[in-house]
Design a protein. Structure first.
Length: 157
């Protein structure tokens, strides 16, 4: 399946079997609502960002960071298909097309982020967090080892 940047996807459970990191935001038997996809510039990999609908939980985290004058690039809240969603940027991970089960659709229409401003904001945060991860910075205690996943995916080609 060819991936579309800024699209949303359901990931095949095989990915979580092949990469059994306990901190990867799992698929819940391919029923996790969706993952947002963007392409990395330097490799052939895509990165996916899990979404959550636990808005209140993550708004508290964002507000706490804002009160202490710290940036909050690890989370991003947007309204998607009429519903607020939290992009868990801190939990993003690399993937290849092989592990994509299908597009996430609503009424058989693939969901895709279309607003250029929103896309730019989200991708800017994601790339910033990816740079921090590559520098070895731990963003949260349950951060998956995405660099190990990336290394293995690149070896597999």
């Amino acid at each position: 399946m060819a991936l579309t940047e800024n699209g949303f996807y359901i990931i095949d459970d095989q990915f979580f079997i092949d990469f059994p990191d306990p901190y990867l935001r799992g698929n819940h038997q391919e029923n996790r609502p969706h993952y947002y996809c963007f392409k990395e510039k330097d490799t052939s990999l895509y990165w996916v960002i899990p979404l959550s609908f636990q808005i209140d939980k993550y708004k508290k985290i964002i507000e706490k960071k804002r009160r202490t004058k710290k940036p909050c690039d690890i989370l991003h809240i947007l309204k998607i298909a009429g519903r607020e969603s939290v992009f868990l940027i801190q939990d993003m991970f690399p993937i290849t097309e092989k592990y994509i089960k299908r597009e996430y659709t609503i009424d058989n229409i693939p969901l895709k982020l279309l607003n250029k401003k929103q896309i730019n904001q989200l991708n800017k945060k994601a790339r910033k967090i990816l740079v921090l991860i590559r520098k070895g910075i731990i963003l949260n205690p349950t951060q998956p080892n995405v660099l190990k996943v990336e290394e293995e995916l690149l070896k597999k080609g």
